[in-house]
Every structure is written in structure tokens, then in C-alpha cells.
Design a protein around this ligand. Structure first.
Ligand SMILES: *[C@@H]1O[C@H](CO)[C@@H](O)[C@H](O)[C@H]1NC(C)=O
Ligand SMILES: *[C@@H]1O[C@H](CO)[C@@H](O)[C@H](O)[C@H]1NC(C)=O
Ligand SMILES: *[C@@H]1O[C@H](CO)[C@@H](O)[C@H](O)[C@H]1NC(C)=O
Ligand SMILES: *[C@@H]1O[C@H](CO)[C@@H](O)[C@H](O)[C@H]1NC(C)=O
Length: 371
């Protein structure tokens, strides 16, 4: 008797666990360049395979005729890196490995509006995805730009066609869109129903904002904030919240402090002389050890100021705030850009401090001492 009930408890937990992971996604993007490089490579095998629900390989390129480059080249870096991500499935069978297709040079509008290109794109991506055992496709389509109404209709049809193609092979279809209000507004001109129903999830890249000195403030009186973006998204019903993944980038923006120093306001002002550069948390974590960390209450953002530079960046505190915010909004989860920008080397302690903090916020405590 006791043994039987013991068994059923185990199977109940197994079921709940699977459901849980299905519900809240932690979509981890990684750069294939980081996996294949010889100096300080990203060793995917060292990731706790329970920390991400999705491993999304950036960026599969597309030729101008619509062919997925990896179709022509079996040694494509993205294929090499993705195969290594797939080895983690033996430790976590729920893990999904996704091909992120499209980069800065991909013209999806040209593909969506030309039947030949569209057919080539669909055929070559499906061939590659099924041949190598991917779980899905992520259309990396940051900005819609100035698409005409006619083009919008073609794009909608393209998405439907892609969705059915993917579905036939049990593959998921996601998209990555810019999170700045301007871009969301252009996407929301799409007939609602298409984005809402054709995409399994949307990564909202709500970071790297161009109009604020904080790279991705959660809230505050400035043109672009994460809250603003999510509000515009939900007002325009671009997608049901459960399909939206809040993008969190493990980067920061550093400004050179000009001659006058910080001045009375204690904050550098954006001016032509203040040159901006992008920094990774991997480098910021060592800065944290030698500088004071400031928290801007009115923006929900952290920054470090040193004599020569002022840097706003994503810290453990702010990623936890963003994960909590995503939970409150009932979003589908978090999309992390990029694993290779976290402290994947364990320079400042345990590996992947930001990823761990997000996972813990969304899933509760766990054995965090494993790696
Ligand atoms: C459509 O794409 C094909 C393949 O790239 C190209 O040869 C053809 O000229 C394009 N058609 C139009 C109308 O642009
Ligand atoms: C589709 O994939 C899911 C997991 O991704 C799997 O459980 C299911 O059996 C698959 N269905 C088919 C028809 O292959
Ligand atoms: C941030 O924006 C700059 C300039 O547009 C770009 O070069 C950089 O790749 C972006 N970074 C991320 C993480 O999106
Ligand atoms: C915010 O947007 C308004 C109107 O588009 C513009 O006038 C203002 O300069 C912007 N502020 C910042 C900080 O970019």
C-alpha cells in the first residue's frame, strides 16, 4: 500500500514539473561565434541544463534569394554550435534548441513579398531544422521599418504559411522584435490576429534603448522604459501576454565622463562629447568589485560611476526586478540576451550569476551549488 502511494506521488510531481517548465520559459540566446572561438569559448556543456528552457542559437544567415546559409554549408558555425547545445538534451529532455534566423542583413520583407524567395526560405529552413533535430525557429526581425499596407498583408500571409510549415513538422515558431516603443508601434499596425495566433512566442527585446542613458530602465520619466513598451504592446493587443517573453540583455552602456565631471546633478548628460560603448556583464562584474554600485530608484536601474566613466547595466538586482515584473504581468517568461555576456567564466564567483538569479526568481530555490 505504502509503496503504491509513494509511486503515485512521484509521478504526480513529474507531471507538475513538466507543466511548470512548459508554462514559464527562460529562453537563453547564445552567440554561435562565442561557442566556436578559440579564446574563452562559451562551453555550453558547462551550463546547468535546467536553467534554460530554450537555447536559441544566434544568428543563422539568409542569402538574398531566401536560402538559409546553413543549408549550403554543413560546417556553418551556427550548426556546429547548435549541435553542441543539443547534447544537453540528454540531461534535460524538455530543453528546446532553437535556430534564430535572420541578422542585420536579412531582408524579411523581400522574402515575404516574393513567392520564389519565400518558397526557398521555407524549404531550406525546414530541411535544416528537421535534418539536425531542432525544436523550432525564431524569426529575428527586430524592426519592421516602413512597411506599406500591402507589404503588411504579405508578411501576415508569410507568417501563416511559416506557422503551418513548422506545425507540420512539430516545430515551434517564435519571433524576436525590438522593444522600443517606435518599433512596437509599427508592428502593431499588423493585423492583430496574425501575430497573436501564428507565433508561439515573441521575444520582446526591451533593452539597448537609444533615447535613454540607462540602457533598459524598468520604469521612470523617460521616453523608453520596459514598462512603457509592455503597456504599448498590451494596448495594441499584439499578442496575448502569456506569449510574450520579456527580453533582458546582460549588457550595459558606458559613457565617458567629460571634463566637468558629474556636475551638480551627479549624472552625466548625453552630449556629443560623451561617447557611448557597450559593455558585457562579464566585464561589469569585476567593476562591481572595485566600485560602488548605485541604484536609481526612479528608473529601476543600476549604474556604476568611476572617475572616467558612467555605466548603466543590468545587475542581479535589476534582473530579479524584471523577472518579478514579468511574473506580475503574467508573461510567458524571460528571454536572455546573451549567455555569453553573463559571467559564464565564473570570474566573479559562481558561473552565470544573472541567469541563476532569474531562474531562482521564476522557479523558487533550487540546488544552486551544482556549478
Ligand atoms: C523574386 O525572387 C527571385 C529569387 O531571388 C528573383 O529571381 C526574382 O527576380 C524576384 N522577383 C521579383 C518580382 O522581384
Ligand atoms: C511534438 O513534440 C513534442 C515535444 O516537443 C512531443 O512531446 C510530441 O510527441 C511531438 N509530436 C509528434 C507528432 O512528433
Ligand atoms: C545595441 O545597439 C547598437 C547600436 O544600434 C548595436 O550595435 C548593438 O549590437 C546593440 N546591442 C544589442 C545587445 O542589441
Ligand atoms: C522624447 O520624445 C519627445 C517627443 O517625441 C522628444 O521631443 C524628446 O526629445 C524625447 N526625449 C528624449 C530624452 O529622447
Amino acid at each position: 500500500m505504502l509503496k503504491i502511494s509513494g509511486l503515485s506521488i512521484i509521478s504526480l510531481f513529474a507531471h507538475v514539473g513538466a507543466f511548470y517548465y512548459d508554462e514559464k520559459k527562460i529562453n537563453c540566446y547564445f552567440g554561435s561565434w562565442a561557442v566556436v572561438r578559440t579564446e574563452q569559448p562559451l562551453e555550453l556543456e558547462l551550463i546547468d541544463p535546467q536553467l534554460c528552457t530554450h537555447l536559441s542559437c544566434v544568428h543563422f544567415d539568409v542569402a538574398s534569394d531566401g536560402t538559409l546559409e546553413a543549408y549550403k554549408n554543413p560546417n556553418d558555425d551556427n550548426l556546429v554550435a547548435s549541435k553542441r547545445a543539443m547534447t544537453l538534451k540528454s540531461k534535460n529532455p524538455q530543453l528546446k534548441v532553437i535556430a534564430v534566423v535572420g541578422g542585420p542583413n536579412t531582408n524579411f520583407i523581400a522574402i515575404a513579398t516574393n513567392r520564389t524567395k519565400q518558397a526557398i526560405f521555407k524549404y531550406t529552413t525546414l530541411r535544416v531544422l528537421t535534418k539536425y533535430g531542432f525544436d523550432g525557429l525564431d524569426l529575428f526581425w527586430p524592426s519592421l521599418g516602413v512597411a506599406t499596407e500591402k507589404e503588411m498583408k504579405s508578411i501576415a500571409k508569410f507568417l501563416i504559411s511559416m506557422k503551418y510549415g513548422m506545425k507540420a513538422f512539430n516545430l515551434t515558431l517564435g519571433a524576436s522584435l525590438n522593444g522600443e516603443v517606435n518599433d512596437i508601434q509599427s508592428w502593431s499596425k499588423m493585423p492583430n490576429i496574425y501575430l497573436n495566433y501564428e507565433l508561439d512566442y515573441i521575444n520582446v527585446m526591451a533593452y539597448n534603448f537609444s533615447t535613454t542613458i540607462y540602457h533598459a530602465p524598468l520604469y521612470g520619466n523617460t521616453n523608453n522604459t520596459v514598462e512603457n513598451s509592455m503597456q504599448v504592446l498590451s494596448q495594441n493587443l499584439v499578442s496575448a501576454s502569456a506569449r510574450l517573453l520579456l527580453g533582458v540583455a546582460f549588457i550595459g552602456q558606458a559613457y565617458q565622463v567629460s571634463k566637468g565631471g558629474y556636475g551638480r546633478s551627479n549624472v552625466v548628460t548625453l552630449n556629443a562629447r560623451s561617447f557611448k560603448r557597450y559593455v558585457r556583464y562579464l566585464d561589469m562584474c569585476t567593476e562591481e568589485q572595485t566600485n560602488d554600485i548605485y541604484y536609481a530608484d526612479e528608473f529601476g536601474a543600476t549604474f556604476i560611476k568611476s572617475r572616467l566613466s558612467w555605466t548603466s547595466y543590468e545587475s542581479v538586482k535589476t534582473v530579479v526586478m524584471k523577472a518579478e515584473y514579468a511574473q506580475e504581468l503574467g508573461l510567458g517568461g524571460i528571454a536572455i540576451w546573451l549567455l555569453d555576456d553573463d559571467d559564464f567564466l565564473g570570474r566573479c564567483g559562481q558561473r552565470y550569476p544573472l541567469l541563476r538569479a532569474i531562474h531562482k526568481t521564476m522557479n523558487g530555490p533550487k540546488d544552486y551549488d551544482k556549478l
